[in-house]
Structure formats: structure tokens, C-alpha cells
Design a protein around this ligand. Sequence first.
Ligand code: 5GP
Ligand code: ZN
Length: 114
Amino acid sequence: MTENCIFCKIAGGEIPSATLYEDEDFRVILDVGPAAKGHMLILPKKHFADICEIPEELAGKAFVLAKKMAEKMEKALHCDGINVLQNNHEAAGQTVFHFHIHLIPRWQKDKIGI
Ligand code: 5GP
Ligand code: ZN
């Protein structure tokens, strides 16, 4: 646990969250500022700032869990698509410096045409 890291506190249960799934390595929560209804975040319980820091084995487990949660998301929300997103460093839009994977459900009707 890294002091003053909000996701350490949420993943460890110190701060309550809307938890969708939990095991010994991860907690899956609803994003507080969802890009779409049902936007989930996969948080490892141990602190790693980004994809460069997280050990390969745990990164592998995180993406296997992302696949499982995506399958559940599709069944539960009947969405038409899912964005799996993972930002690293400020320049790429990372705002919380504790590794996390976004799962964002998408619907055809909301698709922006260009
Ligand atoms: P990033 O921009 O770092 O990839 O994503 C951070 C995400 O965490 C954002 O989508 C933001 O809405 C979400 N977030 C930030 N603080 C909290 C919080 O305290 N609780 C929850 N559930 N989500 C948070
Ligand atoms: Zn942390």
C-alpha cells in the first residue's frame, strides 16, 4: 500500500467502492466518472504505477480478468462493443498513478460518425 494513493485505499477496502468482483490480487469497481453507464476499472491490490512497473505475471492475470469481465459486461448490459483501455503516464491521459484497466461498454446508437 502506497500512502496517499486512492486506488490502494479502494483496492484494499479501506475506502468503500461499488465492487463488482474481488479476488486475492484484484478488485473490480465502477468508475466514479463513467464514460458510459457500467464503466469498470480493474485494480491490482498491490501498488504499481503503470504497465512498466507491474510484473509480467500480474499484468497477464489483469488482462485475463479483463477478458472475463468483458464477457460478463456483454451478457449483463447487452452492449454492442467494449473499449479496453489502459493509460500510462500523464501524456497518455493517466490521472491516477496506480495501474488500472478500463472496460467501457459501447452502444451502436451512441457511436459518433465521422
Ligand atoms: P486514468 O485517467 O488514470 O486512466 O483513469 C482514472 C479513472 O479513475 C477515471 O476514469 C476516474 O473517473 C476514475 N476515478 C478517479 N478517482 C476515483 C475514485 O475515487 N473512485 C472511482 N471509483 N473511480 C475514480
Ligand atoms: Zn496505489
